[in-house]
Design a protein. Structure first.
Length: 170
């Protein structure tokens, strides 16, 4: 018991961060496994990229960053920052409101489609966070989804859910 805070852990590992890491790794492993249960897409719909590619890419990045988490506190202390100091503060109410807003958008996304879901997120989230200038919100809500569509649909040939825009988008 010569580790951090009298635990069995080495001093460079933070106990709270280690538990969070283990939970995130378990969730990541479960979700990665879930992608292996998906049906394979017919060649006409796979668009040269299997449906598991992007979810696994995102999960891989999350897992990689999660593996760094238990060591972050050690390096922050070396730089003169105590991460535990900020952990005592309550989570802001806007965090929960944002999560509910995103859950609302995700719930509607199959009906709305990918494009309208992005537009809704680009309008709703800045407004939730206090942005009131429509001259900022409206261009963002138009340009960002268009750029994402251009990159993914036109550039990478990824299929977006058309949702209620199916008659227009084909």
């Amino acid at each position: 018991m010569d580790g951090k805070g009298g635990t069995w852990l080495p001093s460079f590992l933070h106990p709270t961060d280690l538990w969070i890491t283990l939970v995130l790794l378990a969730i990541g492993a479960f979700l990665f496994y879930e992608t292996s249960t998906w049906e394979t897409a017919p060649p006409a719909f796979s668009q040269n990229i299997p449906p598991t590619f992007f979810p696994r890419l995102v999960l891989g990045i999350i897992i990689f960053l999660t593996l760094i988490l238990p060591f972050e506190s050690h390096y922050a202390i070396k730089q003169g920052t105590d991460l535990d100091e900020d952990r005592s503060a309550k989570v802001e109410r806007i965090t929960y409101i944002t999560a509910l807003g995103l859950l609302f958008i995700v719930t509607l996304s199959e009906w709305l489609g990918t494009d309208l879901s992005m537009v809704l997120a680009c309008v709703l989230l800045p407004m939730l966070w206090g942005e009131r200038r429509l001259k900022i919100i409206i261009p963002f809500a138009i340009i960002f989804p268009l750029v994402v569509r251009l990159v993914f649909v036109e550039g990478l040939m990824v299929h977006f859910l058309p949702g209620i825009l199916e008659p227009i988008l084909g």
